[in-house]
Design a protein around this ligand. Structure first.
Ligand code: SAM
Length: 328
């Protein structure tokens, strides 16, 4: 496990879930580039490295929209991949571009795909990136600093109703209207200024409900980050494209960190793994019914961290792994 950049969650569970697909597609001497593993969110490369060690992919394609992650992952993975004869490619791009990335490499199907959603500890803990109220910095919050407006630029022109909608939808913030009013009046440009405006605007009732452990601005920061990075739109696009990019027997693993993301993954996997509906009362025996093209090998609830991981890494608390398999 790589410490320092990010402590990966559910590592044993991810490798156990992807290993059967990678083992079943064991290397083809005629095509040593197979099987192909895609890490759609390589971050600190902890999961990629664990998969490299547990399985024998012929090719690893690691994506991240953050250039810091791409440079770090390159340093961690390059020599290890070479030593194992694995082709390694790092691509600085959002995962909504996965189909285009694979298409440009002549790949129509891959063996395993992992998406470990959200932000890395490196992003959260690097004060200057502006993701956290724990350090004072310009309000940036972009995972990819080379494109798109920063959080401060969004707040400079957003109207109150739209901000209130974002806080309610992406932060489940029940004080959204009053917080939105105060933020639009102040249009803060730094993390501390935003945190102060939110703290002052929040009702005493909501503050009591959060208690001493949760900062009043936690939900506002989460909501703004999700909006600035188009996180749910990215996820929708990945879930629209990735299943069709799996080879038979291939698996897609997704780790989510909050209920908004998890709901989208759960619903998409449930729809893909449900057999086509038949008119009621049609006398077709169970054995002759058409199976769905996909299954959910970890079941419909997915997997969450065990006690030991929860104790060792509190950030794993809200994580849930779900896996989709294209039937062999
Ligand atoms: C939770 S971390 C991944 C950690 C990684 N699995 C590890 O073992 O270190 C999430 C990473 O995904 C990246 N990311 C988030 N959304 C993305 C997207 N839509 N496209 C590409 N990368 C994304 C972030 O920049 C961050 O580096």
């Amino acid at each position: 496990m790589i410490r320092g950049y990010h402590t990966p969650v559910l590592v044993a569970e991810v490798t156990a879930a992807l290993q059967p697909a990678l083992a079943a597609a064991s290397p083809d001497p005629a095509n040593p580039a197979l099987p192909v593993f895609v890490d759609a969110t390589c971050g600190g490369a902890g999961h990629t490295l664990a998969v490299l060690e547990a399985a024998r992919p012929g090719t690893v394609i690691a994506l991240d929209r953050d250039k810091d992650a791409i440079s770090w992952a390159d340093q961690q993975l390059r020599l290890r991949a070479e030593a194992r004869g694995v082709r390694l490619e790092l691509v600085h791009t959002p995962f909504s571009q996965l189909a285009q990335v694979l298409g440009a490499r002549g790949l129509t199907a891959v063996t395993a795909i992992l998406a470990d959603l959200g932000v890395s500890s490196h992003q959260l803990d690097t004060g200057a990136r502006g993701f956290s109220f724990r350090a004072d910095a310009p309000l940036d919050m972009r995972m990819d600093r080379s494109r798109g407006p920063s959080a401060a630029e969004v707040l400079a022109s957003i109207d109150e109703r739209e901000l209130s909608r974002i806080l309610r939808s992406y932060g489940e913030e029940s004080d959204a209207p009053r917080i939105a009013r105060a933020v639009v009046a102040a249009r803060p440009t730094t993390t501390s200024a935003l945190a102060n405006v939110v703290s002052e605007a929040m009702s005493a009732r909501q503050r009591r409900r959060l208690g001493a452990r949760i900062h009043p601005a936690t939900r506002t920061f989460q909501a703004l980050r999700i909006h600035v990075n188009g996180e749910l739109q990215e996820l929708e696009q990945l879930l629209a494209d990735a299943p069709a990019l799996l080879a038979p027997g291939g698996r897609l693993a997704v780790i989510s960190f909050h209920s908004l993301e998890d709901r989208v993954v759960k619903q998409r996997f449930a729809a893909l793994s449900s057999p086509p509906a038949l008119p009621r009362g049609l006398p077709i025996p169970e054995s002759e019914r058409v199976q769905a093209e996909f299954s959910v090998p970890l079941g419909r609830r997915g997997q969450t961290p065990g006690e030991a991981e929860l104790a060792a890494n509190p950030r794993s608390r809200s994580s849930r792994l779900r896996v989709l398999e294209r039937r062999p």
